[in-house]
Write a protein that binds this ligand. Sequence first.
Ligand code: 3PG
Ligand code: MG
Length: 391
Amino acid sequence: MAWKTLDDMDLNGKIVLTRVDINVPMADGRVTDATRIARIKPTIDDIIAKGGTPVMLAHFGRPKGQYVAEMSLSHILPAVKETLGRDVTFIEKPSREELDALPAGTVILVENTRFTNMETDNDPKMAQFLASLGDVFCNDAFSAAHRAHASTEGVAHLLPSCAGRLMQAELSALEAALTTPKRPVVAVVGGAKVSTKLDLLGNLVRKVDYLVIGGGMANTFLAAQGIDVGKSLCEHDLAETARDILKKADEAGCEIILPVDARVAWEFAANAKNEIVDVTAVPSDAMILDAGPASVDRVAEVFKSAKTLIWNGPLGAFEIEPFDTATNAAAQQAAAMTKAGDLISVAGGGDTVAALNKAGAGADFTYISTAGGAFLEWMEGKTLPGVAALG
Ligand code: 3PG
Ligand code: MG
């Protein structure tokens, strides 16, 4: 690794600016999933153990440079205290004097960095201001590392910088899955649209041995091969692009696995009347909402031959039963193989993690990323500015 970790830094008596991603989902004023907060705990604990004072910088939502009351990090504060198991002091507008006056080991949370455009513009003045507040910069926000903002990128150039424990874990897991994987490697890519995952597919066909394509985007590939997908979600205008991806995969020796059968329905609703048909026999008035059992068997065979799995996107309309069947079966198999020590499995993306957890499989995966957009950009082979700035 080109970047330093907390092990390389002298933190004793130092103020450690710590970029975290606690952009967590909330409903009715309560945090509904504190995973992202729980995952920064090792970093905060280590900084304190090393005699440092962690000053957490974080964003919450997309306030577009304005103060937006609902996007104040004060709403998250109770969950942060509870999850970290520590008292946390919330500061709206920090100054160096104020931070210097705090007893060592105090944990600070600074108000939403995105309440000024200077953050998202990566304004050097903001980066300088942030740097003036601390002695060391620790980036533990892998899931925000695809943003070149003052608190994720700019400030890293101005202070001695290192990766936090979660950043380290994310990068190691992703490298093990795609950079230096045990082969064969299988990638599962699903979701609604090919158009949002073109770069991803283009990069993966060069890196993996098998690429399982599922969800709505599989329909685009089927249609591109002359199959009538009826009323299914399908980007017909991307037929040429889909054929190009199939060709590139072929040249690179990557086998693309598309559904051979499907569960079709006549309305998008839970427990809608449905049928299993061959993909060549989709009724013209029906839509594909999930992969069928023969497709699941094929995916199972591929999983069995693989040593590494990287997963982004569900195989069907997993939010509504029974169209979660293929996703559940594949997820449970990956989990069982991982548990048996036969597979390294890494997954990321909000929808994906929800789907794996719904299948009861998430806990047995080797690694579940906290990142959505950053996970995708990393899988696309892009350089993440927040990571690059640590180098
Ligand atoms: C996320 O939730 O994906 C990260 O916190 C990044 O948020 P953003 O997409 O608003 O930059
Ligand atoms: Mg996002």
